[in-house]
Ligand binder design. Structure first.
Ligand code: NAP
Length: 263
């Protein structure tokens, strides 16, 4: 793990919790990052290059602007290795130019790797089957994955990469709604969390369209329709559609900056 920050640490924890029997070697810069790596049960490597040299699969989890320095460091060591970049907005072509000979995979997981319930989008071109299997073993242990065309990565960065933040906002709003209606805060929080989890599980299980589920629980002149009317009137649904669109635009903007010719 090159860069044990927010997502890197979450992946380390998920991998070690999954019982794959893998050992993890990781890097960071600050003393606090190195302490966190050890606390998670991983080993600290001497350098990014040393970590990649001894790894079967290297995950690059630094910020996009930190990636140029990191790829420069690991260039020779990455030859013939499986290298997964989780950096938003950094295209496979950019990585391929700088890491020749590496089997490159671009991944967009989300923070739910920590509870091994991430939705992870994967993109690669011309990567051998063995390398794909290794990447699938990693992200399969951390939730569900889907191989996608790389052109969908900006939208998925928004929908599923940033999605936990959007849903956290929805959860916070529902919890506050419960508090406004007189519920103790902890009870409101628990009710909101399990309702979101259960709704996702029900929809995954029965394959229903969300609108079908909504209609099934909306009694004419009942309580639910009053809530739905408030959602419609205040444009809450449109706001969530726009959240995904705005985040997608930002991902494209960042990609543009990464792809811009170097001075
Ligand atoms: N956060 C998410 O939910 C999420 C989801 C999907 C994808 N991503 C992608 O994951 C990447 C990391 O995001 P993040 O939120 O985890 O950022 P972060 O918390 O800032 O983590 C980046 C880590 O990289 C380390 N680092 C920076 N330069 C390094 C270097 N030269 N050598 C070794 N380690 C280095 C930093 O260590 P120090 O702190 O010690 O400097 C830090 O621990 C981004 O590209 C982002 O697009 C994030």
């Amino acid at each position: 793990m090159i860069g044990a920050g927010t997502i890197g640490s979450a992946i380390i924890r998920g991998v070690l919790d999954a019982g794959l029997g893998w050992s993890v070697v990781a890097t960071g810069r600050k003393a606090s990052t190195l302490r966190r790596i050890r606390r998670l049960g991983a080993r600290v490597a001497e350098s990014n290059r040393a970590a990649v040299e001894e790894a079967d699969i290297a995950v690059l989890a630094v910020k996009p602007h930190q990636l140029p320095g990191v790829v420069e460091e690991i260039r020779g060591a990455a030859w013939g290795k499986v290298v997964v970049s989780v950096a938003a907005a950094v295209p496979l072509s950019w990585l391929a130019e700088r890491l020749p000979g590496a089997h490159l995979v671009r991944a967009m997981p989300n923070i739910n790797v920590v509870s091994r319930t991430s939705f992870t989008a994967l993109a690669a071109e011309g990567v051998p089957r063995r390398a794909r299997r290794l990447v699938e073993a990693l992200f399969g242990a951390l939730g569900v994955y889907e191989w996608v065309d790389e052109r969908h990565m900006d939208a998925l960065t928004a929908l599923s990469g940033s999605g936990p933040a959007f849903l956290a906002e929805v959860l916070d709003a529902l919890t506050l709604g419960g508090v406004a209606a007189g519920l103790p805060r902890e009870l409101a929080r628990k009710a909101a969390l399990y309702t979101m989890l259960g709704t996702a599980r029900t929809l995954l299980g029965n394959g229903m369209h969300p609108a079908e589920l909504r209609d099934a629980v909306t009694t004419p002149a009942g309580t639910t329709i009053k809530g739905i009317m408030a959602i419609q009137a205040l444009g809450a649904k449109k706001a969530l559609i726009d959240a995904v669109l705005e985040a997608t635009r930002r991902a494209a903007e960042l990609r543009g900056a990464v792809e811009a010719p170097r001075a």
